[in-house]
Design a protein around this ligand. Structure first.
Ligand code: G3D
Ligand code: MG
Length: 192
């Protein structure tokens, strides 16, 4: 028997994990999504979590986990039973894009999130030096890294909210199909 009970499958709650290097804009994004407002953020020690209504049939529980170097070893503790990964990059931070790519690579290697869809948020598009979604896709080597799962790169700005409704739509539709395929696997599992 699997570890996940059938009761959990019935709940219309998707668990979404938000990762990315420190200062990418994760906490700003979370609060913009939740309150449609911009707050002064402090470096996140541990995690923030908010429930976001999508206006549809599911609610997203979004976990924003601190991205400072010392926090990254804890990322794998949050990978259990998630329905979507949101990976945030600061599109202006060209120096750290390689580091960001390596961290994503490490996360994607983890068996716990095999098949889990990924939405990359190419944040800080309000700044003139921001790389566009095509360039972020290339620098993160998304086609290769995510060849075995659903993925999408959405340009956005956490301050103005631009791109966030499209991002939310994508995360929601990916999370729904992830939950559905878990449900199907579980049903087959029970019939055996
Ligand atoms: P983190 O949670 O990923 O560590 P934060 O990142 O949400 O704390 O944001 C880090 C800094 O980036 C904050 O500025 C925040 O205001 C800024 N930021 C986040 N998103 C955007 C964006 O889309 N555009 C711009 N221009 N800035 C953004 P401070 O100055 O407080 O460090
Ligand atoms: Mg933070």
């Amino acid at each position: 028997m699997g570890l996940i009970s059938s009761k959990q499958f019935k709940a219309k709650q998707a668990q979404v994990l938000m990762l990315g290097l420190d200062s990418a804009g994760k906490s700003t994004l979370l609060y913009k999504l939740k309150f449609n407002d911009v707050f002064v953020t402090l470096p996140t020690i541990g995690f923030n979590v908010e429930m976001i209504e999508t206006g549809g049939s599911i609610t997203l529980t979004i976990w924003d986990v601190g991205g400072q170097h010392k926090m990254r070893s804890a990322w794998s503790d949050y990978l259990e039973n998630i329905d979507g990964l949101v990976y945030v990059v600061d599109s202006t931070d060209k120096k750290r894009l390689e580091e960001s790519k390596k961290e994503l690579e490490l996360v994607l290697k983890n068996e716990k999130i095999k098949d889990v869809p990924v939405v990359v948020l190419a944040n800080k598009q309000d700044l003139p030096e921001a790389l566009d979604a095509v360039e972020i896709t290339r620098r993160l080597n998304m086609k290769k890294q995510c060849h075995d799962r659903n993925w999408y790169v959405q340009p956005c700005c956490a301050i103005t909210g631009e791109g966030l409704s499209a991002a939310l739509e994508k995360v929601t539709s990916f999370a729904k199909s992830c939950m559905k395929s878990k449900q199907e696997t579980f049903t087959i599992f029970r019939q055996d």
